[in-house]
Design a protein. Structure first.
Ligand code: HEM
Length: 297
């Protein structure tokens, strides 16, 4: 039986910061001189000093900080998700399924992290929320430009959703562009057609500025894909998209329940009927045929 080599890393004594060092030893701790006298390379990359100074509170209530930070954290996740779905859409357009699937898979993990971020706000009492609610004025997540870009990429287009952003040229331009571009789901349907599936021409050539409406022929295409070989690329793509749709639905429902607990049936700060309006929004599923096709497999 061969003996392990004495120089194998697993056999070496663990390095200790207190161990006497010789010139041959690699450094153990971080180099404290990095960044001294100038912004650190970490700061250059992460911009942490910007990020951690964006918490301008509007009330004296100690509970407002976590409300603001949670909202900002969610905005960052929305940004990452838009990036992933944009990457996936572009990759699908050039038939690069591995790159698209990697981006979609990352996006499911990001959605899970996004949804976990509800924790600190999920059980607000009306009195706790009231303590800073007035300070929000007419501010509402409804006015989130990045959330709207997410919805557009998922196929939920709506020109009227640009209206709140008229006063912010940069956000408005980004939304206008996203409104006119094919959504992630449009690119998926294009790929299915190029792979020989009978996606109707009127679906492929639809006006990209309108929301995707469920189509019976697309449902049949997915039913055929799901009934086919279970290890096929298209089944895996369909399941990944279903994961995305499920996690988006979960975000909407967690938001709805948190809102119901925090403010009951009061009107929203954004002027909607509040919970009743959110209930209607949360009832919808993105990529609708991926759900209904299952009844026909
Ligand atoms: C418990 C705290 C929260 C309450 C009570 C609440 C309440 C509401 C209400 C009532 C609406 C409907 C529009 C309106 O009239 O304002 C809304 C929309 C929205 N909120 Fe919240 N919200 C909360 C936390 C958050 C957080 C942390 C985010 C993260 C960014 C967020 C993002 C959104 C978005 C994106 C919409 C629009 C949804 C859509 O267009 O379907 N909300 N919220």
């Amino acid at each position: 039986m061969s003996q392990p080599s004495p120089t194998h890393p697993a056999d070496r004594a663990p390095a200790s910061p207190d161990a006497a060092s010789s010139e041959a030893d690699p450094p153990f701790g971080p180099d404290l001189s990095i960044g001294a006298g100038a912004p650190t390379p970490y700061e250059d990359y992460v911009r942490a000093s910007v990020l951690t100074h964006l918490q301008q509170l509007h009330s004296d209530d100690p509970g407002e900080m976590v409300f603001l930070v949670t909202t900002q954290v969610m905005e960052l996740w929305f940004t990452a998700l838009v990036h992933e779905w944009h990457t996936a859409a572009e990759a699908l357009r050039r038939d690069d399924l591995p790159v698209a699937m990697d981006a979609l898979r990352r996006s499911t993990w990001e959605l899970e992290a996004l949804n976990a971020a509800w924790k600190p706000l999920a059980r607000l009492t009306p009195a706790q929320f009231n303590a800073y609610r007035d300070a929000l004025g007419e501010g509402s997540g409804f006015q989130s430009a990045m959330y709207r870009r997410m919805e557009f990429l998922l196929g939920e287009k709506s020109a009227s959703m640009l209206v709140p952003h008229r006063g912010s040229p940069q956000d408005h331009a980004a939304l206008e562009k996203a409104l006119h571009e094919p959504s992630l789901y449009d690119e998926v349907l294009g790929l299915l057609a190029r792979r020989g599936h009978p996606v109707p021409q009127d679906v492929l050539r639809r006006d990209p500025t309108r929301r995707h409406e469920a189509d019976p022929a697309v449902e049949e295409v997915w039913a055929a894909v799901f009934a086919g070989p279970q290890d096929s690329e298209l089944v895996r793509l369909g399941e990944l998209l279903t994961d995305v749709a499920e996690l988006v639905w979960r975000w909407r429902n967690d938001h709805l329940v948190a809102t119901r607990r925090a403010m009951g049936a009061k009107m929203g700060t954004g002027g909607s009927a509040g919970v009743a309006w959110l209930e209607k929004r949360a009832r919808k599923n993105v990529f609708p045929e991926l759900w209904t096709a299952r009844s026909h497999v």
